[in-house]
Design a protein around this ligand. Sequence first.
Ligand code: IDP
Ligand code: MG
Length: 161
Amino acid sequence: MEEVERTLVIIKPDAVVRGLIGEIISRFERKGLKIVGMKMIWINRELAEKHYEEHKGKPFFNALIEYITKAPVVVMVVEGRHAIEVVRRMAGATDPKDAAPGTIRGDYGLEIGDAIYNVIHASDSKESAEREINLYFKPEELFEYCKAADWFYKEKRKAKC
Ligand code: IDP
Ligand code: MG
């Protein structure tokens, strides 16, 4: 059976203050991904450092923590076929100047701050996705539900819809 995965997406502070929340969520919906958890939070320093622990010690670490805690964010768990890779590709390259047109970072970003301000975060592997989802969501904050088109694919997906 095709692999259904879950991945963590963060609509970062720059996108929130620029009014891009709806634009970004729409892209995932239109792609056919299912949002199974979503909330607005203001990330504190402790959570930010935990999330980005792999970058601790790098020259941009402090600026990155300032960036991600500068305004509220929208965190969501997005589900679908190969969702981790698909969402990473929809996000585009880390620096928005290098991100291809058609990607989220390529279409909505250019200016950077002390760190690279690049609109969204997306988990980069199965291990990161699992770790990051657990960091931001309790199990009861994630939902299984059927979307209108699920019946159409259900033989292949074995969905209970
Ligand atoms: P990713 O978000 O594309 O996975 P990572 O290398 O994991 O990129 O870096 C995490 C975040 O840290 C980036 O999204 C970006 O906001 C910031 N960042 C990455 N590299 C740099 C850098 O060289 N200078 C400043 N900020 C950076
Ligand atoms: Mg990364």
